[in-house]
Structures are given as structure tokens and as C-alpha cells.
Design a protein around this ligand. Sequence first.
Ligand SMILES: [Zn+2]
Length: 310
Amino acid sequence: MGFIETAGNLVELLLGNEKTKIINVIVAYRNQRLRAFLFPRWTRLPINYVKHFQDKDKTIKPGSSEMAGLIVTVDKEVFEFSEAQNVREALDYVSSSEEDLEFVYAYLNKQGIKNGEESFNQEFPLLKEKVDELWKKGIKNGFVRAECLKGIETKSYEDGLLEVQYNGRRKSIVSFSRVEKRKKGEEKCPYCSYEKGREDYPWNNYIISANPYPYYDHHIVLVNKKHIDQFIDKNEIRVMVEFVLNAPEYMVVYNGPPGTTILSHMHFQAGIHSLPAERAKTKTLATAGNLTVAKLLNFPTRAFVVEKDI
Ligand SMILES: [Zn+2]
């Protein structure tokens, strides 16, 4: 028992309930403290954006970053509409309600959590260097479209607990490549097809490479060696944990179906960025030794935070 077991049990509980089964996970390791944020959702699209624009494409699409307080949009109108109140309302709407999470609170109350010895594979001291290198090479040879990270406009609300980021350049690049792909009739899995200039680094059961359209600094992607559907369980949480333990500074994210664009191929994203949820206040729900399960307090989304000093 310990961090992995606790986070894994919570994920299993959430996946088994209609009102909580869409899950985003973020794992970060800062100042010797390992944290997993589990964001349960019941739906994808924020109704206030859909009502306002009457267009399903004109909305924020909550993934891990959004659930953690960082809104990324490539649409100027969506950016302008994304004032604090509208963003808060949108995130509150898609997030599972306190009422829908009561079964988890009851479970934690009744079962508590158990801490114990657990070992992590920390035998990849060069992982961070390797990953940094993939990123730098990608920028240098043009595989990473570095312009995605330039000319970004941002707005910040509620002492930085909500950040809204607009990047018009990213849009033009992404849609251009999509149009190109459609023209060629390519509907192949992008992770299974070779992209010119991409460098791969195998690690665990994953292949790591730079993200060609970044929105984080050092934005990389970890793609499973097998073409299998997006899923999350204890073993995959372990992969996330061992990644950040071996490459501190990075945080790693998982976007659960149906909240990601490539659902048919299991992958994580990682980057160097501190997300607003990491700075939010928390309330402890259960504790055992240095293992804690807490929830976010006064944050637009609901989340469980599993924490342990390593
Ligand atoms: Zn694939």
C-alpha cells in the first residue's frame, strides 16, 4: 500500500461511476513531494460557451491543463469571452459535483488509506537529460514549431488560480497540417506513422518524443509502444510517477476519454510548467503517515490530491 495503491484505488472508484468517469490526471514532484491530481468529470462541453456561441467548436475544451486552471485557446473570440466568471462557470459545470463525489468521501471515511513501504524505479538518472535533448534537437531542426510558444497573450484571475492563454499562431499551424492530412486522405494514427524529423527515445513501455505543436515549455509526448486505447490504472500511474521521479521539473498529464484528440493510442504529455492547481489550497480528507489524500479548496474544479514525501 502507499501512493500508487491509493491513487489507483481512487481512479478505479471514479471510473466506475457514470458521474465521475471522465478523468484527467496530473503528476508532479516538487521539493521532494510527490503529488497526483485526479480531476473527475461527468461531461465534456461547458454549456455556457455552447449557449453563447451556438457553435460546438467555439468553446474551451477542458483537458488536464484546463481542469488545473490553465485555459488554452487558439480562438480570439473564445479568448475574449473567457473572463473569470465565464471560465469558472464552465469548469464548475463540467467538473463532477460535490454531491456526485460523496461516495468517494464515504469510502475514504470508512476505509481510510494505508501507507507502507513502496519502491519506485529511480534508475534513469539520465532521463531528464535525454528528454531535454529531444526538445532542443526538435527546436533546432524545426520539428518542434517553436513559433507556437511565441506571441502568446495571457490573462490571469483570482491571484493566478485561473490563467487564460491565447495563441493564434498555433491555430494556423495546426489547422494547416490537418487540412494537408485530409487532402492526402491520411487517416492513420499519427503516433504510429513516422513524422519527418522526429527523434524517439524509448523508456519503459513508452516512446518519448518532442511535441511538434507545444503549449508548454519542453512539451513532450510519451506514446505507448503498442497501439492500444487510452486508459488509466495503477500501472500507468506508476509510469507517470517514475517519469517525474526520474525527470523532476517536468509534470506529466493524462487526458481520459473522451477528452483527448487521439483516443486510439495510449499516451501521456509532459512539460515544464507549474499549473495553477498546484498552488491551490487543499483540505485533508485522509492521512496515514506521510501519505495524504486531500481535495482542492475554493478552486473552480473538484479534484483529489494524493500526496507523499519521497
Ligand atoms: Zn497508433
